[in-house]
Design a protein around this ligand. Sequence first.
Ligand code: HEC
Ligand code: HEC
Length: 216
Amino acid sequence: MKSFNQGMILLFCSSFICSVASADSIEEMVSLMSQKLGDFKTLNESVLRGGLRVRLCQYCHGKDGNSTRAGVPNLAEQNPIYLLTQFEYFRTDKRKNKVMNELAKSLTKDERVNVALYYASQKVAFNPQLKNVNSSSYKSGAGIYKNICANCHGTKGYGEQNLPRLAGQQSEFINKTLKAYKEQKKIRPDSPMNAISAALSEEDIASVATFVSFMQ
Ligand code: HEC
Ligand code: HEC
């Protein structure tokens, strides 16, 4: 009986530790990332390891983080804390996308940090389609960006920490994402973007999506 009890306690303890460990709060993950960012050698190793772990991701996001499919975001040059935070939201189903929700659960803590650091270290490829763009829509997008978006995402569209980079992002992804915020689809945790997008017309959304995709 005694050993049975001990067994129960052991079982309880190990599943308790396990559930604490798998909770991996965002703060804990960000602090793990900050440690890696703080040391050049560790950072280099992390980026290298991350690059070896993106076999599954590259099918959609590209090996170098430049998306290979319409509607899939570029991850290259994205702020690493933003990438990691969003990945944790997928992992805990706070941000909803079937494929991402499944995939995010398949990586260890260390791998999640390494993959974010790897993609953040890649460069966004310049969008070569500028000459085919409707110039009045592009200009209107530039005006909207300057008046509204630049306040948070920065004049150059680089964002910082938890403010995503928009410069060079896929226009179809921006378009789809702003529409989802506007329609309050609740595919992401509460966001200032819901109210901002609700105030934009579909035409404004298309214009600003085009504009940011050409920012460098
Ligand atoms: C089958 C295609 C597919 C694969 C494979 C895939 N992703 Fe994604 N990923 C997407 C799509 C689509 C979105 C956008 C989801 C949405 O918000 O609608 C996304 C979003 C993301 C985001 C959020 C980016 C942002 O700007 O909001 C991150 C981070 C991410 N993926 C990382 C990864 C990593 C790391 C892997 C590999 C382990 C991976 N993805 C594999 C399709 C994919
Ligand atoms: C008050 C600050 C603020 C303003 C102004 C703002 N944003 Fe955002 N935006 C955010 C934050 C914070 C996020 C992070 C994700 C979230 O909370 O949904 C975000 C996320 C986004 C995303 C998702 C990017 C990704 O990679 O997943 C897009 C697209 C976006 N914003 C576009 C815009 C555009 C276009 C404008 C101008 C019309 C704008 N934002 C204005 C704060 C802002």
